[in-house]
Each structure stands twice: as C-alpha cells, then as structure tokens.
Design a protein around this ligand. Structure first.
Ligand SMILES: Nc1ncnc2c1ncn2[C@@H]1O[C@H](COP(=O)(O)OP(=O)(O)OP(=O)(O)O)[C@@H](O)[C@H]1O
Ligand SMILES: [Mg+2]
Length: 495
C-alpha cells in the first residue's frame, strides 16, 4: 500500500499508545492521524481517501462504543478496529453487532494490528475477532451470536476463533472448485455443518444435498441404499429403488462416517469417484452420475489404510481436499458465543426467557475439555435451559468439574503423548459409561446417551479402541427388543 493510499485514524487518550500505533502504521507505508478523543474525530471533515479507524474502547467523555454508535446514527461507514484493555464480552459483542471490524486486546501485537488494517483496506471485513474472552455476565451474547453467524454467511456456523476462521477460509476456497472434500475431526465438531456450507457456497447450491450415514446401515443394505436396485434383484427387493448417488445427481452427496464403508464395497465407490458411473443392483445398465462427493469421518483413515481396513486408492481419491475440524477444546474462544447461541435458540424453542449467564459458569464451560465437542455443549445447554428457573442460566458445573482433571490442551505441547492420554481417557470414559449402562449401548439410558454421542459413533469408537463386544439381541430380560448389549466380560479387557 502506498503512502496516502489509506488513512488510518488512531483515537486513544493515552499519548504513548496513540503515538506508538501511529508510527507503526507509518512504518507500514500508510498515513496515520493520531487523535486524543472521539470528539476530535467527529469534528474532522470526511476524507476522500479510503480510511479506517483504530479506536480505544475506553475514552474519557465519548467512549469508543458511543463514538461507534454516533457514527452509525449519522450514516458514516468506516471500518473500526477496537483496542480494548480487557476482553469484556458483553461490550465486545455489542460492538460487533454494530459492525466493528475487529477487536484487539492491548498490548496489541504489531503484526496483528497491521493485518487487521490491511483487511479493512482490502474490503474484507472478516469475521469479527474475539481475541480474548473474559466472560462476564453476557446477556448480549445471547442475542448476538446468531447475527454474527449470519454476518459471515456460513449458515449456522457460530464462532470466531482463529482455528474456525481457518476452516471457513478453506470452505470458501474449495466450495466453488467442485473437488471431493474429506472432512475429518472428532465427533460433534460440526463436520456435517461444514459439508452443508461447502454445498451452499458451491454452484450446486440449488440442487440436492443428499446425506448418507454409512454407519447407519448394515453391510448388506449399504450397496442398494447407495446405488439402488432393480425389482427382484435380491429376496425382498419388491420394487425398484433409486440409490443416493442417483438422487444426488447434479448436487452433492455427503457420505458421513465414510470409514465405515466395508472393504468389499469400496471398489464400487472408487469407480463412481473415478469414472462417475455405476450400476444398480440387479441391472447391467450403466448409470452416469454428476454429483460432488463430500465425505466425513472421525476415524484415522490413514491408519486404516496401513491396517488394510481401507483401500489406499480410495483414500487418495477422497483426500483431494482435506479439511480438519478442530476439537472445541482447541478453540475455547468460541465457547461463549456458542453458549449464547444455543441458550437463545433453545430457550426460544421451549418458551423460556434466559437472559444471562453467571461468569463462573461461563468460565467453567470455557475450561471444560468437551470430549463430545459442540454436540455435547449443545446438550449441556439444553439441559441447563430446561432446569433453569428464572432468567439466569443454571448449569450443573459440578458435573463438568468431574472431568476437569482431564488433560487440557494448554497443559502439553507434546501432541503424541497428548494423543495417547486422550486415547486412554476416551477408553476409560467409554468403559465407565458401558458399565453404568449395564452394557447397553443405545436407548435413553444407554452408554451412547450417557456419553452424549450417537450410537454409531460409539460403536465405531469401540472398534477403534479395541473394546470388543458380544452382541445380544434379546427381548425378555433385556432393556428392550433389538437393543444391543455389550457384556461386561467382553469389554473389561483390552485386546
Ligand atoms: N460452529 C457451530 N456453530 C453452531 N452449531 C454447531 C457448530 N458446530 C456444530 N454445531 C452443532 O453441533 C451439533 C453437531 O454438529 P455435527 O452434526 O455437524 O457434528 P459432526 O462432526 O458431524 O458429528 P459426528 O462425528 O458425531 O457425526 C449439530 O447440532 C450442529 O448444528
Ligand atoms: Mg456427523
């Protein structure tokens, strides 16, 4: 950016901050105009060059937020980067709602500030940046989160952490490219939401988005569900059936839990990906399909390839554009916004008026390590909304604290040992839940419900962790018909 190409107003009552920021801006080849108050800024004539405003939140007289409100009222559009001494979430959210471009916490990192300024001049008022969360009573978060999500045009994806923003950029990059996308991440991290976002931002957005969970069907049915069958193709095929690939023609097919596709079906899937053709079961007629494939998994496909449980050629075909969705514990900054979003969404749905969340509660939620990620958070908030009497959200923090001795991300940079710890932790939790559930996996009191994950996810995790099972489909003494029971003896030891 050349000198004079952009004008940056720096409004801060602290002279040394003001001058320091101004000289940083000048050193980057931009013109800086330091000012000591909001009133001085308002008194200036509007410039005829692109400009932005670096604004201290706490100013004597007219505060930064009041200045912003004044600008909005007067119809003056100027990107604002707020500098704040402390991460006051309520105030941050209010400012973001009013259109602030970014929020940086003092002492400001030079590079971060210059980047934010460059974003302003590039016209990319990226998603607002909540660089530090110190949760206070966050009444305003409740109404702001939804608006933030729509502001960044990613449907229902809420969050502003660096890690999530990276994912959103990847979505934007790959969506129009029509390539195969492989989304991987722990359970409940939002993989499906991301798959939908890729579809919604692609040229196929007006065509079907067909979701198919590969773990939800027994091997025998998978092929006909995916590729369809002709009448009489097998016993019980009383009518022709159109498979998901045909239904997705022109649109997107989302194969969830793709790691569950059995080896024997993998060549047929590979052929669809490579040749874009297949036959219905019981037919010799080749059908051509034009659908984009998005796959998701919470399994380590690479390891499955090494262990010969997944074909390497299919893996490479799927892994064209991998997107890793970070676990919630890797982006704790997103937690307050998500809490606000869910609290509002759920309280509206069930007719409650939740207005605020105590700061200790929010801190406990931010500290918790969320093994079930956003789905678990959503469930915790749903339960909290239901049990809360009055406008303050009551969360059973003690329940969360029982898990707080678990390893946290910040406590170790050694990813390998952290991985091992997480593995052990996961295994212990699953075994404990199975024991508590008397070996029952599904149903309201089953282990999956206790862990707040889906049955299919639990089963695949058990496979992965070597928790062996003896299935028992029974009626009489069991908790219900067709309910899977994992006998204690079978899951007690590691094999
Ligand atoms: N960033 C987000 N903002 C708002 N809601 C989210 C976000 N991420 C996930 N969710 C919600 O959390 C729940 C779980 O998300 P989703 O089903 O996409 O996870 P997943 O990774 O596909 O899980 P699984 O591996 O168990 O299938 C959904 O209700 C989803 O709407
Ligand atoms: Mg999913």
């Amino acid at each position: 950016m050349s000198n004079g190409g952009g004008l940056v107003y720096v409004v801060d009552d602290n002279a040394s901050v003001r001058e320091g920021v101004a000289s940083l801006i000048a050193s980057a080849g931009l013109t800086a105009k330091p000012l000591a108050s909001g009133q001085e800024f308002l008194a200036l004539p509007r410039p005829d060059v692109p400009s932005c405003l670096v604004l201290d939140v706490e100013l004597p007289g007219l505060s930064g937020i009041e200045l912003q409100q004044e600008l909005v009222r007067s119809g003056i559009h100027i990107p604002i980067i707020f500098l704040t001494g402390h991460g006051d979430i309520a105030m941050t959210v209010r400012a973001l709602k009013a259109g602030a471009t970014d929020f940086l916490t003092k002492p400001v990192d030079d590079e971060e500030l210059l980047n934010a300024i460059r974003q302003c001049f590039a016209g990319r008022h990226a998603c607002p940046h909540l660089s530090e969360i110190e949760s206070d009573l966050i009444t305003d978060t409740l109404c702001a989160a939804e608006e933030i999500s729509s502001e960044i045009h990613f449907g229902d994806i809420v969050g502003n952490s660096k890690a999530l923003r990276h994912v959103l950029r990847e979505i934007e990059t790959v969506a129009p490219a029509d390539s195969t996308v492989l989304i991987y991440g722990e359970t409940g991290t939002g993989k499906e939401l991301i798959a939908r976002a890729v579809h919604n931002l692609s040229a196929r957005r007006l065509r079907p988005f067909v979701k198919f969970n590969c773990a939800a069907f027994p091997t025998g049915l998978l092929e006909s569900e995916l590729f369809g069958h002709e009448k009489g193709a097998f016993t019980g095929a009383i009518a022709q059936r159109i498979g998901r690939f045909e239904l997705a023609h022109g649109g997107t097919i989302f194969l969830d839990e793709v790691g569950e596709i059995p080896l024997e079906l993998q060549p047929k899937l590979l052929r669809v990906l490579q040749e874009r053709e297949f036959e219905r079961l019981g037919s010799t007629r080749t059908i051509h399909t034009d659908s984009r494939l998005i796959a998701a998994t919470n399994r380590d496909l690479k390891r499955m390839v090494q262990e010969k449980n997944f074909r390497s050629d299919l893996y490479y075909r799927l892994n064209v554009f991998p997107i890793r969705v970070p676990a919630l514990r890797e982006r704790p900054e997103d937690i307050p916004l998500l809490v606000g979003y869910f609290a509002q969404q759920i309280s509206r749905r069930i007719g409650r008026a939740i207005e605020s969340i105590p700061s200790e509660t929010m801190n406990a939620l931010v500290r918790y390590h969320w093994p079930g990620n956003i789905r678990e958070l959503q469930n915790v908030i749903e339960r909290a909304v239901i049990v809360s009497r009055g406008p303050v959200l009551t969360v059973d923090v003690a329940e969360l604290n029982t898990h707080n001795d678990a390893p946290s991300c910040e406590s170790s940079h050694d990813h390998k040992s952290l991985d091992n710890l997480m593995h052990e932790q996961e295994r212990t939790q699953i075994l404990r839940a199975l024991e508590l559930a008397g070996g029952v996996v599904s149903g309201p009191n089953g282990a999956a419900a206790r862990l707040r994950i889906k049955r299919s996810t639990l089963v695949s995790r058990m496979h992965r962790l070597g928790i062996h099972m003896s299935r028992d489909f029974n009626g009489s003494n069991s908790p219900g018909p067709n309910r899977e029971i994992y006998r204690a003896s079978a899951f007690a030891g590691r094999t």
